[in-house]
Structure formats: structure tokens, C-alpha cells
Ligand binder design. Structure first.
Ligand code: PGA
Length: 245
């Protein structure tokens, strides 16, 4: 099965790096089976889409955020889904734990972003994940289900969605859950979708300290449809190895 490999550059990179990396990927990744998605800072998306065309890089693009407000209007600093679509993005990351924590993004904010993305044919990559205290106390399944419940409130019709399990304690720490733990949560995601969103085709990703060393084993898990890669996606050699799965 073709897997979905998403690079989350976060607030990193610059136009020279993007160009250089994409030209390298054009040479090294012509035979990969996986679908590769690059989430780079919004400012560089349009240029990146032009570079992909020019050098025949078969990557899809994602934005790391999108406005909860629709179309156009007096929302200083915001970029709407309609505008984002003009930069040729196919996906948007919504609900990343960094934005939930640093930008105080609440359920209604996330829902607005998801609705606007779907209305503009941008597929949300919805992130869920528990902190270490919740994990250790054992209430992580209930916590994750509560985060997933937001998806049952979506009004815009949709046929596919990406859900990324990103335990907060694994992001940028070098610590990853066991393969059994990752598999358990992927199954939980699939069961939830089957029960509450039976019309949707779901891809369940794992994210948090994915590296060129551990990616293969994670991607081998049957219920895992791909990975969301932060730090390792900034290193061309490492990310190439992950994409060549
Ligand atoms: P990491 O980040 O791979 O650097 O742990 C993943 C993420 O936050 O999406």
C-alpha cells in the first residue's frame, strides 16, 4: 500500500534551502511509491509549487495553518483557505499540539479551519496527541477520543481525511512509543471513524521523532498509513530515506 509521508518544516528553512532540497529530491526520489507532502512556511508555498513544476518534483504541498475565517475580510494577518488554494496546496495541518499550546487554538477554532479547508478542497491533516501525564495515568484513549469527537461536528461533506497521532511526549524528544502502542492508537482511530464517520476514507499517520532509522518499522505497521516528520524532514538524506519506503 502506498504510504503518505508528510514533512512538517515548522518555522524553518528559507527559499534557497527549499529550492536546493527540491532539486535534490527531483534526482533522488523519482522511483518512490509513497506520496510525499511538503508543509513549508506559507510565504514559500507558491514559489515551491513553481519549482516543483519546473523540476518535475512529484511532491504535494501543505500549509501549516489556515484561517478559521472564510474567504476575505477584515482579519489582519490571516490567510484564508481560498487564498491558500491559489498557492496549489492539497493539505493543511490542523490541531498540531504546538498551535494548540502556543496559539491557544480551541475546538471551535479548529473546526472553522477544517470547514474552510474542506470547502476549498484542501484535505485537513488533523493532529491529536496526549501529554506524558495523561499517558502515564492511563487515560490516553479517552483523551484521544475526545479530541477525535470534534470531527463529528464537521458540516461540510467530505470523503477523505488524514488523522495524525502525535503524542506530545514524542515530538522533538527522540523518544517514540513502542510499535504496539502506535498500532493500538491507529486501530483506535480507524474504529472511531468506522463508528462515527463511516462515509470517510481515513489515513492514519504517526508523528513524533520519526527518523530514517525508525521510519521503516513504523510504516510496516498495517494500520499506519504514513508518517508526519518534523526535524528529520529538514535533513535531505534522512528524509529521502524515509520517502523511499
Ligand atoms: P518531530 O516533529 O519529528 O521533530 O518530533 C513532529 C511534528 O511535530 O510534527
Amino acid at each position: 500500500m502506498s504510504k503518505l509521508i508528510v514533512a512538517n518544516w515548522k518555522m524553518n528553512g528559507n527559499i534557497n534551502k527549499i529550492k536546493a532540497d527540491l532539486i535534490t529530491y527531483a534526482k533522488t526520489l523519482s522511483t518512490n511509491q509513497s506520496t510525499v507532502v511538503l508543509a513549508i512556511p506559507t510565504l514559500y508555498l507558491y514559489e515551491a509549487s513553481q519549482i516543483c513544476k519546473e523540476f518535475n518534483v512529484k511532491f504535494k504541498l501543505a500549509c501549516q495553518d489556515i484561517s478559521q475565517f472564510s474567504n476575505f475580510g477584515a482579519y489582519t494577518g490571516e490567510i484564508s483557505a481560498t487564498m491558500m488554494k491559489e498557492t496549489n496546496v492539497s493539505y493543511v495541518i490542523v490541531g498540531h499540539s504546538e498551535r494548540r499550546a502556543y496559539l491557544n487554538e480551541s475546538g471551535s477554532t479548529l473546526l472553522g479551519k477544517i470547514e474552510n479547508a474542506l470547502l476549498n478542497e484542501i484535505t485537513p491533516i488533523f493532529c491529536i496527541g496526549e501529554d506524558i501525564t495523561t499517558r502515564n495515568k492511563g487515560g490516553y484513549a479517552e483523551f484521544l477520543i475526545q479530541q477525535l469527537e470534534l470531527l463529528t461536528q464537521i458540516k461540510t461533506p467530505f470523503s477523505s481525511l488524514v488523522i495524525a497521532y502525535e503524542p506530545i511526549w514524542a515530538i522533538g524528544t527522540g523518544v517514540i512509543p513502542t510499535l504496539e502502542q502506535i498500532s493500538e492508537i491507529s486501530k483506535l482511530i480507524h474504529a472511531f471513524v468506522q463508528n462515527y464517520l463511516p462515509h470517510a476514507k481515513i489515513t492514519a499517520l504517526y508523528g513524533g521523532s520519526v527518523s530514517s532509522k525508525n521510519a521503516q518499522a513504523i510504516l510496516d505497521i498495517l494500520d499506519v498509513g504514513g508518517v508526519l516528520v518534523g526535524g528529520a524532514s529538514l535533513v535531505v538524506d534522512d528524509f529521502s530515506k524515509i520517502c523511499l519506503y
